[in-house]
Design a protein around this ligand. Structure first.
Ligand code: SAM
Length: 311
């Protein structure tokens, strides 16, 4: 089997996000342009996605506050992420935003952007040109590029086409992506970034603490859907997650499991979402949270104090 089951994980993530947005967990004015139908998921799944989105947003905000308008964002395995449009609506200025995924995924995204006035007008500079191929789109400071991130040569080439400036402070996001990639390829990617970019922060969301029965069940479910979890070895615990940055030339690293992330969200906000749906299985939610984490790595000291607090 090829990479198709891995690409299909984007449909699943996007469907889940669309469902949670519809119920009011968080707002996203753009997800419905990418996902038409709404499927109802279990409350613990919705809360899991809520914590994931909130936790990542926390670091995005902190990074942009620190780096200012010269900030650049590279979103690896971005799927149908809508962050660019959200930042634009909030009036947040950054210098460059690049979405990267397999060409078959970016082709679908580019097609949807091209056909949708609301999406297109936010990326379209008044006088700017939109350059579009079947799999890539370049417009102003928005770029969507189709490339397998295991291939560093092609990735580098595409990043030049996306006008990435290697001297600018750069935020790298990988939301549930690295676990599908062979360890040696992730190591190569992380060490290439640390040698190429001057300053930056990597935010990685994925599994952790997988060496128990609950972890085995989670893995079984993913494998049943045909996904090869080639990078699962690094999901053993928070230390193995952190070590992968340090071993690949990054200055420092920190990690939090999703129980910590969830309880760092302000009590009023937590109480708001806890009222959306009745949750029968509190224990199941905590177990899920224990098996996912956010790990950050930094290339320069200005991002070393970021933490999962006051979300
Ligand atoms: N980050 C998005 C989110 O959280 O909504 C999508 C997550 S989805 C679980 C994983 C994404 O990573 C898919 O879109 C998949 O195509 C992409 N991906 C996995 N391996 C990749 C690779 N080697 N190169 C490019 N994209 C990859």
């Amino acid at each position: 089997m090829g990479d198709e089951p891995v690409m299909a994980t984007n449909d699943d993530a996007s469907d889940c996000k669309r469902g949670a947005v519809q119920l009011g967990y968080w707002s996203d004015d753009y997800i419905s342009y990418f996902v038409k139908h709404v499927e109802r998921r279990a409350p613990e799944i919705n809360r899991g996605y809520y914590a994931r989105v909130k936790g990542i947003e926390n670091f995005i905000q902190k990074f942009i506050n620190k780096a200012g308008s010269s900030a650049q964002i590279l979103n690896f395995g971005s799927g149908f992420d809508t962050l660019y449009w959200k930042l634009k609506d909030e009036g947040i200025q950054i210098s460059n935003y690049v979405e990267i995924d397999f060409p078959s995924v970016t082709a679908r995204k580019c097609y949807m952007i091209k056909r949708n006035k609301q999406l297109l007008e936010r990326i379209h500079d008044q006088d700017g040109e939109v350059k579009l191929s079947a799999t890539d789109l370049h417009a102003g400071n928005y770029h969507c590029i189709g490339v397998d991130i295991r291939n560093i040569h092609q990735l580098e080439d595409k990043l030049y086409q996306a006008e990435v400036n290697f001297n600018r402070p750069t935020l790298f996001i990988a939301e549930c992506v690295l676990v599908y990639i062979e360890n040696e390829c992730v190591n190569r990617l992380l060490s290439w970034i640390s040698s190429k970019f001057k300053s930056g922060l990597f935010v990685n969301y994925e599994m952790c603490n997988m060496n128990d029965t609950f972890g085995d069940v989670m893995l079984g479910n993913l494998k049943a859907r045909g996904c090869t979890l080639a990078g699962i070895a690094h999901c053993k615990n928070l230390d193995t997650q952190k070590a992968r940055f340090i071993n690949n030339g990054w200055l420092g690293s920190s990690a939090w499991d999703m129980v910590q992330v969830y309880y760092a969200i302000s009590p009023s906000e937590r109480h708001r979402i806890e009222k959306i749906e009745f949750l029968d299985e509190q224990e199941l939610l905590i177990q899920l949270f224990q098996h996912y984490c956010i790990c950050i790595g930094w290339l320069s000291t200005e991002f070393s104090e970021f933490s999962c607090t006051d979300i």
